[in-house]
Design a protein around this ligand. Structure first.
Ligand SMILES: Cc1cc2nc3c(=O)[nH]c(=O)nc-3n(C[C@H](O)[C@H](O)[C@H](O)COP(=O)(O)OP(=O)(O)OC[C@H]3O[C@@H](n4cnc5c(N)ncnc54)[C@H](O)[C@@H]3O)c2cc1C
Ligand SMILES: *[C@@H]1O[C@H](CO)[C@@H](O)[C@H](O)[C@H]1NC(C)=O
Ligand SMILES: *[C@@H]1O[C@H](CO)[C@@H](O)[C@H](O)[C@H]1NC(C)=O
Ligand SMILES: *[C@@H]1O[C@H](CO)[C@@H](O)[C@H](O)[C@H]1NC(C)=O
Length: 480
């Protein structure tokens, strides 16, 4: 079910609840007594950040409930199991930094990790619009990577959260295109574009976002290698978490109304705290009472509609822009083994493709199944993306459309909203100080990619840094 449909569906249900007293005979047959769930903390969103936060709080004997819109945990994690061979293919989150949070989290859930092996094969750079071959950017890539790394080392505070200095350096505020020119990064642009996939027309927006994403940790991982789930793909981590969290997770559930009272942690006694109305898939309404709420979803779109935003929160969240990122697996009969097709512009700066477009097509461990990605500034429907990708594949492979040989999607995921950013002016206006200042405001805390950058391990580290403040607030609130 797509999000807009879900929203309409829930709106309708909610409306019918309000109308219930007016037409009792219509409703009583289905009405069930509303269930109330009381926990210390309510976490909205069961992706990388929400699940990790839930596990860490439970370790501290703090009770939680996780509200997740989808029928599974893991967010951007997508694993397809090939029915023929049983081979898992991760076409969402696949690579993890070799860091203590990664190793400990996997160990806690008994999911095995191994070092990821460089995939061999052939890389072809092609302008997908025309099918013509594109030369790699000229120059020495390792020297350009060293220049890039030196920029990062001058701004070590970028490694953790958004704590920009009083006088924000121009290198962070200028567009990434200008930074690339200034430090002659052309030869390493392809590598950066591969590891920051899903980022939109990033030559045009503030360099700080690319510097955060392609971080020192990521550069280190490029040299030392990544870790990956070695059994049944990345989803195994979240399946294990679901088993462990059990009844503390409400799947296919969204918050449709909220009342977050009890402001600055001074509240005591009855009547204080948060009350969230949650609509579950089986048409049941659940009331969640909690001392604190943690938002583990990008603060954009439907998730905010059920939230009782105040003017300050609404103003801050209103600054965010985001891109649209789609991935999938496509069956392409007779696809050349090991072939990776990278969409490049024959006549664009650094050969970066113009959006919207198919970004790459790559062979997987299963013959004739390729992984594809598509990036856009504007939302696109699943049908539009799938059709564009199918046509690109045929054009690039130089094939005619034939019914029995047509590329066919076997899996698809829309990862929007992806890579939340604000304007240069907002950053200069100390947007991120005000965003950080939201932590704890109205007993609400925030975790996830928006507050760090899109990488599981840095997101988990950010949760660990925030935990003491969450626990302190809870102690103040409950007199525990
Ligand atoms: C295709 C792709 C590949 C990636 N690959 C990697 C990788 O290999 N390694 C890496 O480290 N990072 C990777 N990333 C980056 C990824 O963004 C982060 O690693 C991490 O998954 C982000 O976690 P999060 O908790 O912020 O968000 P998410 O994982 O998106 O979690 C948000 C959760 O909230 C749920 N939700 C949304 N709306 C609502 C609502 N209204 N109510 C309740 N729940 C809601 C969503 O369903 C989702 O489960 C990748 C990202 C994408 C898109
Ligand atoms: C949590 O509770 C268990 C069982 O009561 C106890 O053994 C453990 O020390 C507690 N942990 C913390 C962090 O308080
Ligand atoms: C992991 O395995 C250990 C030892 O086999 C076991 O004690 C523990 O309960 C398991 N944990 C989970 C989350 O399955
Ligand atoms: C690139 O530069 C590095 C370091 O200066 C050097 O060792 C390497 O040989 C160069 N590579 C090429 C292909 O010139």
């Amino acid at each position: 079910m797509t999000v807009p449909t879900a929203r309409l569906f829930f709106r309708f249900l909610f409306l019918s609840l309000f109308l219930a007293p007016l037409c009792p005979s219509h409703v009583t047959s289905q009405a069930r007594p509303p269930e109330t769930i009381s926990r210390d903390v309510c976490i909205i969103g069961g992706g990388a950040s929400g699940v990790y936060t839930a596990m860490r709080l439970r370790q501290q004997n703090i009770s939680v409930v996780v509200i997740e819109a989808k029928g599974r945990l893991g967010g951007h994690t997508n694993t397809y199991i090939d029915p023929g061979s049983g081979t898992p293919i991760d076409f969402g989150v696949a690579l993890f930094q070799d860091s203590s949070e990664t190793v400990d989290f996997f160990a806690q859930l008994n999911v095995s990790l191994s070092r990821s092996m460089p995939v061999g094969g052939i890389l072809q750079r092609i302008d997908f619009r025309t099918g013509e071959s594109v030369a790699p950017n000229p120059g020495n890539a390792s020297e350009a990577l060293a220049r890039y790394t030196a920029v990062l080392q001058r701004h070590p505070y970028l490694a953790e959260g958004w704590n920009l200095p009083d006088d924000i350096p121009e290198d962070l505020l200028m567009s990434f295109g200008q930074l690339a020119k200034k430090y002659d990064l052309g030869p390493v642009m392809e590598t950066i574009s591969l590891y920051t996939q899903g980022v939109r027309s990033w030559l045009d927006y503030p360099a700080v976002y690319l510097l955060k994403f392609m971080s020192l940790d990521l550069v280190t991982s490029l040299r030392q290698g990544f870790l990956q789930a070695s059994g049944h793909g990345s989803s195994e981590l979240y399946q294990a978490a679901l088993r462990l969290l059990g009844g503390d997770v409400l799947l296919r559930s969204v918050v449709v109304a909220a009342s977050r009272t009890g402001d600055e942690g001074q509240g005591q006694g009855q009547g204080q705290g948060h009350e969230l109305t949650v609509q579950t898939e089986d048409e049941q309404v659940v009331t969640v009472q909690a001392a604190l709420t943690i938002l583990a979803v990008p603060p954009k779109g439907p998730v905010l509609e059920g939230f009782d935003l105040d003017a300050h929160e609404a103003t801050l969240f209103g600054h965010f822009l985001n891109g649209h990122y789609y991935v999938g697996l496509v069956r392409v009969p007779h696809y050349p083994s090991g072939l990776q097709l990278l969409n490049r512009g024959a006549h664009t700066p650094y050969g970066l493709p113009r959006l919207p477009c198919t970004f790459s097509v790559a062979a997987t461990a299963v013959p004739d199944i390729v992984t594809v990605s598509y990036v856009s500034e504007e939302p696109r429907s699943a049908e539009e993306v799938q059709q564009a990708v199918g046509e690109d594949i045929l054009r690039v492979l130089g094939r005619e459309r034939q019914d029995d040989e047509e590329p066919r999607f076997v899996a698809f995921a829309d990862h929007s909203p992806f890579e939340m950013s604000v304007s240069r002016e907002a950053i200069e206006g100390r947007f991120y100080d005000r965003l950080n200042g939201l932590q704890g405001h109205r007993n609400t805390f925030y975790v996830g990619a928006t507050w760090e950058y899109p990488g599981s391990s840095p997101i988990w580290r950010a949760v660990d840094r925030l935990l003491p403040a969450i626990i302190r607030r809870l102690e103040g609130f409950q007199g525990r």
